[in-house]
Design a protein around this ligand. Sequence first.
Ligand code: ADP
Ligand code: MG
Length: 337
Amino acid sequence: MKVRDIGEFGLIERWEREVPGGPGLVRGIGDDAAILEATPGAQWLATTDTLVESVHFDLSFTTPEQLGRRALAANLSDIAAMGGRARFALVSLGLETDTDLAVVDSFYRGLTAEASRWGVILVGGDTVRSPRSMIIGITVLGDVEPGRAVRRDGARPGDLLLVTGDLGGSAAGLATLISEPSALSALDTRYVREVRARHLEPEPRLREARIIAASGATSMIDVSDGLANEANHLARQSGVSIVIDAEKIPVSEATQAVAKAFNHDPVDWALNGGEDYELLFTAPPECVGVLADTVQTQTGTPIRIIGRVKEGAGCWLEEGGVRAVLPSSSYDHFTRK
Ligand code: ADP
Ligand code: MG
């Protein structure tokens, strides 16, 4: 069955029946607008992201279910980066009329599974016809204790620069997905599976973020476009300089193995790859011990110090005692830099 056989209203009726509600939801899918209960005294966080087929995803190696999960996870990561709690999501879909209904159903299965993992409720959206390629717009609402959101502009000279987990895994995963199968023959399949999961099923660091925010972090950003880019954002928006120690950048054993097989520098993947969805943040040195211990014991996620904040401007990479400017490398949608 195709989308055209059931139509916009047929789709909406199904979601109205099947999508679960939860705390804070007064009226969800089915009315002109959703009615939501605000947490008393809290501030709202709002974020949105748009994904376009063949620009941001490719259904030839992502299942629709993984796509649903990942599309929501990317937005949840933005709520995490503010130190907030994710509450509600809205989903806009542009679909070709001959899209298989099974693709849409599977997309929603992934989306609602990821939502329920984090107590997020899907409260509405919009559905339109797209002449070519699928378009996905997701908006997430979160909340945070007043004044407690961790912004990008709070880093201070003397702070340390820290990161959750490890970096470059998603770029390594993408490399294995787009390569010829023969390029993988020398690689341990466990490594391939691990880095692919990093790319296809990223974990938003929501739990870690709440602890980081409550433990004295001064600025935070999620690593969606590579460490170089995000560190430059923190430096510029905070009006400080950031020095990163290249040897301290955490790269997993799997990412290193894949990098070796592809003859690629794993640190380049960490700096300039994308979609790792780890958290990059700054904190005064006296907060770091307790912060890292609490995150590790309560979530199992390691925290590493990878650099420091200084007076001045710009981002620097230090390697073997040599310091070089670290330019941001981000993909610009319009200039295709
Ligand atoms: P309107 O014409 O007022 O925009 P719609 O017919 O677009 O209303 O939507 C009807 C209901 O279905 C609304 O509650 C809307 O939030 C919900 N909805 C529409 N598309 C989606 C979608 N892709 N996912 C979830 N809910 C949706
Ligand atoms: Mg509408």
